[in-house]
Ligand binder design. Structure first.
Ligand code: URP
Ligand code: ZN
Length: 460
């Protein structure tokens, strides 16, 4: 049966207008004023914004960080995503056995997601060592597996050195792939962490102080220069947390480099004073990079407005607070890094971004959906409201006021870093490939209905 979304305010990255959307099966068939279709099921969107489903290109479902495993899997995490207005995720694959090929973890992740995901999904490959075999495997993965982006880490166990990072950038640049990087200066962080623990500085705030923003900014500038030397290879900076790093990104963009940046709600809305929360509450925010001094928030919002930041994603990587406290209360280095955010991204950014006037509606759609789709090769199937595109559509009711409370969320974790945030505006319906999967605050989709997305190369 066809569906007809009537009387809503349609918002895309380009424009805002009153109109109706006719959906035939999984696809958008028509967008016009006053569509009539007798046989269609009517969805009344009066007073709501009708937008492309949000896309979260930075999640970590069931991530095994060695000392703990992220508590959301591809079922619970994508159900939470759907409740929060997200219709596609691109998950960052976790590290596999030492020395494994790229394809190994891709196989593992297909198994993790299959029969569980309720929205469409893809993966970013992960590079944990570099040799000739890995460098030649990239092309096979891009072509056969339809995965066109790969992440490298400059810190953690499988960090890459400069030469390996250079080789990855160069090879991916040659074949039209994208290098995503977690940029932090590992040597300085490692030194400081050891020194802090020796000096008895073990609190959550010490986590933040042990990885200052200069560590992140230095690694960003290093990667930018490596990308230039690698022939102008495209580079995607994940979870940007600070203004100094953004300055390096802006300079590179001014020089015509293909450098793109992603930030996350936690860096836009929370600051390092959260680490002082009592009763070990500061451990909620142990993540890397850490929360920063508040002035960075304005710089990141400015980056969203001026176009130097292209994407808001979540880095959704939940661990229970009970686990964080049990493991990290006497030593922040023992606390698993990461926090939840997949369900709260859309309402938080709509409320704190659009309703406060920090960004406009069209820019909201652009950074939450359209640019992520373009950068990661799923546009115009996803990320827009065009005839022939997948009917991944959300309705946001700007009148709906909600106080964020973990007890009302669906993420499989015992806290949200955004507890108590009062949001103005909330997603009230989520449609994935033409199927209503959330309405009246109920998830009504089937487990495993999500499909793996074969991605193309980046669209500029
Ligand atoms: O602390 C974080 N961000 N954990 C998830 C893994 C990562 O670094 O993206
Ligand atoms: Zn990271």
């Amino acid at each position: 049966m066809k569906k007809l979304i009537k009387n809503g305010t349609i918002v895309t990255a380009e424009k805002t207008f009153m109109g109706d959307i006719l959906i035939d099966g999984e696809i958008i068939e028509k967008i016009e004023k006053n569509i009539t279709c007798e046989s269609a099921e009517i969805i009344d969107a009066t007073d709501c914004y009708v937008m492309p489903g949000a896309i979260d290109v930075h999640t970590h479902m069931e991530l095994d960080v060695g000392i703990a495993v992220a508590t959301d899997d591809f079922y619970t995490g994508t159900v939470a995503a759907a409740y929060g207005g997200t219709t596609t995720i691109i998950d960052h694959i976790g590290f596999g056995p030492k020395g494994c090929k790229l394809g190994h973890q891709i196989g593992v992740y297909h198994e993790k997601a299959r029969d569980k995901a309720v929205i469409d999904y893809s993966f970013h490959g992960v590079v944990q060592h570099v040799d000739d075999e890995i460098l030649s495997e990239f092309e096979t993965i891009v072509q056969d597996e339809a995965i066109s982006s790969f992440k490298i880490y400059l810190t953690y166990d499988y960090k890459l050195g400069d030469l390996d990072a250079y080789h990855v950038l160069k090879r991916l640049g040659e074949i039209g792939g994208m290098t995503a990087v977690h940029p932090e200066n590992d040597a300085i962080i490692d030194y400081r962490r050891k020194q802090y623990i020796k000096d008895g500085k073990t609190s959550p705030m010490d986590h933040a102080k042990s990885r200052p923003l200069e560590c992140e900014a230095e690694a960003i500038s290093r990667m930018i220069n490596l990308a230039t030397m690698a022939g102008g290879a495209p580079l995607y900076i994940v979870h940007l947390s600070n203004g100094l790093g953004l300055e390096y990104i802006k300079l590179a963009q001014k020089n015509g480099q293909n450098v793109y940046a992603e930030t996350c709600p936690q860096y836009l809305l929370l600051d390092e004073t959260s680490y002082e929360e009592e009763a070990y509450g500061g451990l909620k925010y142990v993540m890397s990079p850490p929360l920063r001094e508040k002035s960075n928030q304005d710089q990141l919002w400015e980056g969203l407005r001026d176009g130097s930041i292209s994407v808001i994603a979540t880095d959704h990587c939940p661990f229970n607070l009970t686990t964080k406290i049990r493991m990290g209360k006497d030593d922040f280095t023992k606390c698993p890094n990461g926090a939840a955010g997949i369900e709260t991204r859309v309402p938080l950014i709509f409320s704190e971004g659009v309703m406060t006037g920090r960004i406009d509606l069209n820019r909201f759609v652009e950074v939450m959906s359209t640019l992520p789709a373009k950068l990661f090769g799923i546009y115009p199937k996803k990320g827009c409201l065009d005839i022939g595109s997948d009917a991944d559509i959300i309705l946001i009711d700007p009148r709906k006021q909600v106080t964020i409370k973990n007890e009302n969320l669906h993420q499989n974790v015992d806290y949200t870093p955004f507890e108590g945030f009062e949001v103005q505006g909330y997603p009230v319906m989520t449609i994935s490939r033409g199927e209503v999967i959330v309405k009246d605050n109920q998830f009504i989709g089937q487990k495993g209905r999500g499909q793996f997305l074969r991605r193309q190369k980046m669209i500029k």
